[in-house]
Design a protein around this ligand. Structure first.
Ligand SMILES: [Zn+2]
Length: 676
């Protein structure tokens, strides 16, 4: 059934054909009124990581921003690349994710994996990942360009839609390698960009009114016979029925005049619904295919003329595997979704959520977390009919990345995903919620203490003392934090949320630490004798204001002594903090006995300083000192790095951070887990 649009175009014959009695007229949904409003929606240049030297000139035009057709064009926005080697996030209230969602029960009815002897209950799972939608940097699009990244056997595209089980239903195909999906309003083309507001300079119009022959066809082949003998025609698929249409006019009157000019053809004038999408050859207004599946059936485009296996596609400056879906949610602009299998998705996450050059076992631990997260959070973005978004809201996903080698998966990150194929993080028979963060400062925390979730539902999300991070602390950017506040500054912070409005802070202290050393409650006492106590689980805003990048910190208050400790080990490996009586080499090279408890040393900047600095905090001041970056629930990425450096496996790393889980594959749908 794969049909080449070029082939049918080649069949076009000159002259109108004689038509029989009118068939179904293809009554359309309500017309989408062409935009007539004055306000011009500024066409924003595609945020592109410009394809570089490896591309052919044709490839390098993929979604490249064109000259500004209006004067309102915003400056090009380059996508922010995640910091390599640092998987999370500036502290921000929004970045403290919501707690776990309802338990997810594995679907064991899915196809078994093809690995011998290993049952993979999720081998056949496809994920829908949002690439452009209201809410990410792309937004919903007026047009979406696709370009085959490899000029090989997998060039070209197939058109169709996905059925309820995410199976691709093929309607037609083309050998064109660069397509633009464009919403079916009046559209103005400038170069390879398409706008729904008339630009000031030169443009080509892609109108939304068409002439239509009075036939409805059940199959593409039937429609093609007629289209092949009708000049300038294209095939339109409307809710399962094919029509042959011609021309694209800006107004009904123009289309009517064109229809009336050929009375023998019995043309009618039509338009699409607000869900219509034209597929054109990029850089033209030549309609290859028109699709209108109504509200519930969006257009899908799969790379490859006949098979998409191994196909790679450019979209918005990044390369992706899998297929694409274009949906005008609510009749608006195009929401673009990448549809692909779970393992390929994870390969497009790990290098951007981790340092792709980290030890293999660390990358495998990250891949295990990413895979569980992806499966558990299916349907998270149901409002736009996809599963996961491509930002830190879910997991950062850039597929095969840009043309920069630093922004692509590595051999190691792909290997990590391959090596955990069929393996998951289980708690009993359920997939575990594998939350992760950059670093915890020395201890992870119970999910109930961080998010207020019911701990009984997530017994594996409990805090552990983490001795590993500290061993690589020097490598962790921004690991430690320290900040001093006065009573007046604390009062100001509290007043932003309506506390301490008629009084002021006179004391601030941590009133409870967890068993893994995290701050659970903080108390502020006021001049009027009253106080407020804040639990960590409900005051991430406060920690953010205090500059605490994690909940692992201490507060040293007025009158207390802040000591920069200095310790040495004695001959039996025990730490000595009192140095009096020890023998050391003096500056003159002589062996002398220390008389004082705290010796003087030469610092890294060459100054002589007391080795054990003691500072008494002045009245009204507080010093916060801590370490870590993130929410502290689950897996520490830097802890995983440190553990792998010490020889731990991914399984050991994950089972350390998630108490009571098992990492491994299922041998069958109901047998116990097996390790790896
Ligand atoms: Zn999301």
């Amino acid at each position: 059934m794969a049909l080449n649009l070029r082939q049918f175009a080649a069949l076009v014959l000159a002259g109108a054909i004689c038509l029989g009695s009118a068939g179904a007229t293809g009554a359309q949904s309500l017309p989408e009124t062409p935009a007539t409003e004055v306000s011009v929606e500024s066409p924003v240049a595609d945020p592109v990581v410009t394809p570089e030297e490896d591309l052919t000139s044709e490839q390098s035009t993929a979604d490249a921003p064109v000259a500004d057709p209006t004067e309102e064009l915003e400056s090009e926005v380059l996508p922010e690349e995640p910091a390599v080697g640092f998987g999370t996030n500036p502290v921000d209230e929004e970045l403290i994710p919501d707690g776990p969602v309802d338990d997810f029960v594995p679907d064991f009815e899915l196809d078994p994996d093809d690995l011998p002897g290993i049952y993979d209950p999720y081998a056949g799972v496809k994920l829908r990942v949002g690439l452009a939608y209201p809410g990410n940097s792309n937004g919903a699009l007026i047009h979406a360009n696709l370009l085959n990244a490899e000029m090989s056997a997998v060039t070209g595209y197939r058109f169709g839609f996905y059925d309820d089980t995410l199976e691709f239903v093929l309607l037609a195909s083309t050998q064109e390698t660069a397509l633009s999906m464009v919403k079916t309003t009046n559209i103005y083309r400038v170069g390879e960009n398409y706008y729904d507001a008339k630009p000031s300079g030169d443009y080509e119009l892609l109108g939304c009114y068409h002439r239509q022959l009075p036939f409805a066809f059940a199959t593409w082949e039937e429609a093609e016979v007629v289209a092949g003998s009708t000049p300038n025609s294209f095939i339109s698929w409307v809710d399962g029925v094919y029509y042959v249409r011609s021309g694209s006019y800006a107004t009904y009157d123009e289309a009517k005049a064109a229809a009336d000019a050929e009375p023998a053809a019995n043309w009618s004038v039509v338009y699409t619904s607000v869900y219509g999408i034209n597929v054109v050859k990029t850089g033209t207004c030549s309609i290859l295919f028109q699709f209108d599946g109504g509200e519930t059936k969006p257009l899908a485009v799969a790379p490859g003329f006949e098979s998409g296996k191994g196909a790679v596609t450019w979209f918005k400056g990044f390369k992706y595997q899998g297929s694409f879906r274009y949906e005008r949610v609510g009749g608006g602009n195009l929401v673009v979704v990448n549809i692909l299998d779970i393992d390929t998705y994870v390969k497009g996450v790990v290098p951007y959520e981790s340092n792709k050059l980290w030890p293999l076992e660390t990358l495998k631990a990250q891949a295990l977390c990413a895979k569980n997260y992806g499966l558990i959070n299916r349907n998270k973005h149901n409002g736009y009919n996809f599963d996961l978004c491509n930002t830190t809201d879910c997991q950062v996903y850039y597929g095969l990345g840009s043309n920069k080698e630093s922004f692509q998966p590595s051999t190691l990150s792909d290997q990590a995903v391959d090596e955990i194929k069929g393996q998951y993080v289980w708690y009993g028979d359920k997939l575990a919620h594998t939350y992760f963060y950059s670093s915890n400062g020395g201890g992870s925390e119970d999910s109930s203490k961080v998010w207020g979730s019911n701990q009984a539902s997530y017994p594996y999300l409990i805090g552990v003392v983490d001795p590993y991070e500290e061993t690589v602390a020097d490598s962790i950017p921004n690991y430690r934090f320290s900040k001093t506040f006065t009573n007046a500054q604390l009062t100001e912070i509290l007043r932003t949320k309506g506390y301490a409005t008629n009084t002021s802070v006179v004391d601030f202290q941590v009133t409870e630490y967890s068993k893994s050393g995290n701050v659970l409650t903080m108390k502020f006492t006021y001049a009027n004798g009253k106080s407020n106590t804040f639990a960590s689980s409900s005051s991430s805003w406060l920690r953010n204001k205090l500059g605490c990048r994690s909940m692992h910190f201490t507060v040293t208050g007025a009158g207390e002594v802040l000591t920069t400790e200095c310790a040495v080990n004695n001959g039996t490996g025990e730490s000595i903090s009192d140095f009096a009586g020890l023998y050391v080499l003096s500056g003159a090279g002589e062996l002398v006995q220390l008389e004082h408890s705290v010796p003087h040393v030469i610092t890294g900047t060459g100054e002589i300083s007391s080795a054990g600095q003691s500072t008494t905090i002045p009245d009204g001041n507080y010093v916060i000192e801590g370490a870590g970056w993130g929410h502290n629930v689950g897996y520490s990425q830097w802890g995983g790095y440190a553990m792998a450096k010490q020889g731990f496996t991914a399984k050991e790393i994950i089972e350390f951070y998630f108490t009571g889980v098992e990492v491994g594959a299922k041998q069958s749908d109901n047998s116990e887990n097996i390790g790896f």
